[in-house]
Design a protein around this ligand. Structure first.
Ligand code: URA
Ligand code: SF4
Length: 200
């Protein structure tokens, strides 16, 4: 199985209810040989329209953090916990929501082989749902972000604050945790490079 073949299969997935309202399956993009993979929560409106991860407001903040950490989208691989947009449609205007446990576990049929094919040295879980899925179910993001955690799909995993959360926290006198996001990306990348040099 190659990553392209896995992507092709995923594009037709109807394994969970999120398939019914999606416009695009957002599989992931970037350098599949990168030692660092970022795993977010799931597509929002812009990602659903374009089929690309992290291209809306949160994505722009993530891009800015990557650049401040000396990286770019092209240097890493970026994907999500679930590949289709999770939203509440009950009010007429769709409201993004976190994926349910069932959606998350169903979509592992794509995420886990994706991670196994890329075999990164480090996984950076972006936001709590990703950390709960890949590190530990009861992961506490504000207490445990920025630290090394055991992970079955990489040599180590680090979790960081989600850029959507940071956008909600930001005030004129408070960066909302942006500097922590930059620091966590930097730590994840430095660790990934160090592990690659040591282990090949
Ligand atoms: N938020 C995410 O977690 N992933 C995206 O792709 C976009 C926004
Ligand atoms: Fe399939 Fe994942 Fe989309 Fe659900 S979210 S339909 S499991 S690709």
């Amino acid at each position: 199985m190659t990553l392209d073949a896995l992507r092709s299969s995923a594009l037709g997935c109807t394994a969970c209810a999120l398939s019914s309202r999606r416009n695009n399956v957002v599989f992931g993009e970037g350098d599949p040989h990168s030692p660092l993979v970022l795993v977010g929560e799931g597509p929002g409106d812009n990602e659903d329209r374009t089929g690309r991860p992290f291209v809306g407001r949160a994505g722009q903040l993530l891009d800015k953090a990557l650049v401040e950490a000396g990286l770019s989208r092209e240097t890493v691989y970026i994907c999500n916990t679930v590949k289709c947009r999770a939203a509440d449609w009950s009010t007429g205007k769709p409201q993004n929501r976190p994926p349910t446990e069932e959606e998350t576990s169903t979509c592992r049929q794509w995420l886990i082989p994706q991670l196994e094919l890329i075999a990164p040295k480090v996984i950076l879980c972006v936001g709590a749902p990703s950390a709960k899925n890949l590190i530990r179910k009861n992961f506490a993001i504000t207490k445990e972000r920025g630290l090394y955690h055991e992970c079955a799909y990489a040599k180590t995993a680090i979790a960081t604050l989600h850029p959507s959360y940071i956008l909600r926290q930001q005030r004129p006198d408070n960066d909302g945790g942006f500097s922590l996001l930059v620091a966590d990306i930097q730590k994840a990348w430095d660790t990934a490079i160090r592990l690659r040099e040591k282990m090949g």
